[in-house]
Design a protein around this ligand. Structure first.
Ligand code: NAD
Length: 487
């Protein structure tokens, strides 16, 4: 085992208190570490740096490759970007891992058997933050799901399960509605599950999946899901173990990893020696595992379990089973005093070097696909024409090669043959395809690329406001766009 040099940020609010407690415990447990401290967060934002981090700090982070981070405060308003999202995306930290285990009866939880690990995709989905307002009525946010991003996170979930002796991986998606994006996630999951026959795999729709997680978390083991769903269900899972103050998480990328508590900077209790340092202590245990310092990781985890078992609790988890209410510093002292001890009832953390293989994610090999343009959706800002009037104008200008196939409003077909009951906004999706298509959508004919801008020019001259276009493709002879509701 060699000494590791890591970057540490003490963060904002309760950050410095829980970081000091964690560093003291790591030192007492014999963790073999050197530290570089960087300032991030509120102080940096308020100095006029809207990114919340300086170039020098980026250099230190990139050099050390392992980052222990306390929570930071994002000032509200102003053009401040979330530094957490920036760090995750800039350093390619594609996997967010949150173990959520009940320590009942020592920490009250309605779910004593719960022991779930959430593997959340960390870079894609609606968190790309690509948003536009297109008309008076309509705002949009692009949901981007990629094949390499999906392959990486699902591979990671199965490899994590294999490395950690986990028996089942559940994938949560909404592929009954988002057939292309969430459909990609579920199809990669089904395909990759075949490579791990010893691990049970199951697919759940996120709505019932989240409900079951909140009600019967003991039926889940590892859950892999997309960014937004993962964000939501991992907070639910952390909270139902007893307190959001308990959870630690790792953010893993290729050659870089960041470890942090699940909770925020808790300004309401900052500077009062009240914060529970357990979330950051758990993150430090995950970090030491990652660095291969397994003895220090086990030593800290087991002393921490023993402290919890002995009823020495901070205010947020102080309940009927608790024996002594302590502050942040005293909690750290109690953990340090128990280093070398093991819990009597909570199962201790046992790590074996031989159980750990590094998780290697294969490089993405982009397949070759035959891509054929078969039409385009033109999005039009219109607040005065009815669907029938708009349809008539568009049909007139469709030209010799294209025809208007349908108009939808918020995804529902309103032309031809719309229903008068359908509520319409000022944002119309107008689908144009080859004039000579057969009825069957699975055998559409190709269209020439230049016909689309020609159509846009014709509509522009007619005073029609085209706010965006989306090309319609077949990939390898397969439809690669969704049909309109009612198409
Ligand atoms: P929060 O997690 O800071 O606090 C929510 C509640 O939980 C508060 O009542 C707080 O006192 C309590 N709490 C949180 N951690 C605790 C602990 N360790 N011990 C005891 N009680 C604890 O969430 P918030 O109030 O929504 O956010 C505060 C700030 O933190 C915001 O600026 C937000 O942007 C930021 N934040 C940062 C991160 C991060 O850096 N990873 C994550 C979430 C929120």
């Amino acid at each position: 085992m060699s000494k590791a040099r890591i970057t540490v940020a003490k963060g904002d609010g309760i950050g410095p208190e829980i970081m000091d407690a964690t560093l003291r415990i790591m030192e007492a447990a014999g963790a073999d570490l050197d530290y570089d401290f960087i300032d991030i967060g509120e102080k940096v934002y308020l100095s006029g740096n809207t990114a919340g981090i300086t170039t020098e700090s980026w250099d230190i982070l990139r050099r050390n490759k392992v980052f222990l981070k306390a929570p930071i405060t994002t000032p509200q308003g102003g053009g401040y970007k979330s530094l957490n999202v920036t760090i995750r995306k800039s350093l390619g930290l594609f996997a967010n891992i949150r173990p959520c285990k009940s320590l009942s009866p020592f920490i009250e939880s309605k779910h004593p058997e719960m022991d779930v690990v959430i593997v959340r995709e960390n870079e894609e989905d609606l968190y790309a933050g690509i948003e536009h307002r297109q008309t008076t009525d309509v705002f949009q946010c692009l949901k981007l799901i990629t094949i390499p991003g999906t392959q990486k996170i699902i591979r990671y979930a199965f490899e994590y399960a294999r490395n950690n002796g986990r028996k089942k991986v559940t994938c949560m998606v909404k592929d009954n509605i988002m057939k292309l994006t969430d459909g990609l996630f579920s199809s990669v999951f089904k395909e990759m599950a075949l490579e791990y026959p010893e691990i049970e795999s199951e697919l759940k729709i996120i709505d019932i999946g989240a409900a079951l997680l909140a009600d019967q978390p003991e039926q889940f083991d590892v859950i892999v899901t997309l960014n937004l769903y993962g964000d939501i269900i991992s907070d639910i899972a952390a909270q139902i173990t007893g307190s959001v103050g308990l959870g630690g998480s790792s953010n893993i990328g290729k050659g870089f990893a960041m470890f942090e508590a699940v909770h925020g900077s808790a300004p309401d209790i900052s500077g009062k020696n009240m914060a529970n340092p357990s979330g950051l202590i758990s993150a430090a245990v995950l970090m030491l595992q990652h660095l291969g310092q397994l003895d220090a990781a086990m030593n800290i985890a087991n002393a921490w379990y023993k402290t919890i078992e002995d009823g020495i609790h901070t205010g947020d988890i102080y309940r009927s089973h608790s024996k002594q209410k302590v502050g942040t510093r005293e909690f750290a002292d109690a953990v340090i005093a128990r280093l070398g001890q093991r819990p009597a009832e909570i199962s201790p953390l046992k790590l074996n070097k031989d159980d750990f293989r590094p998780i290697i994610i294969p490089e993405y090999d982009r397949p070759k696909h035959a891509k054929v343009l078969v039409g385009a959706d033109l999005f039009i800002d219109n607040s005065h024409l009815t669907p029938v009037q708009l349809g008539a104008i568009l049909e007139t200008h469709a030209g010799d090669h294209l025809k208007l196939k349908m108009i939808t409003n918020r995804g529902v077909k309103v032309y031809p043959d719309g229903l008068p009951e359908t509520f319409c906004t000022d944002h119309w999706r107008c689908r144009f395809v080859n004039k000579h298509n057969p009825k069957d959508v699975n055998s559409m004919k190709a269209v020439e690329k230049e016909t689309i801008p020609q159509l846009m020019m014709a509509l522009l001259n007619e005073g029609i406001d085209v706010v965006k276009t989306e090309n319609l493709y077949y990939f390898n002879d397969k439809l690669a766009f969704s049909l309109g509701q009612g198409e």
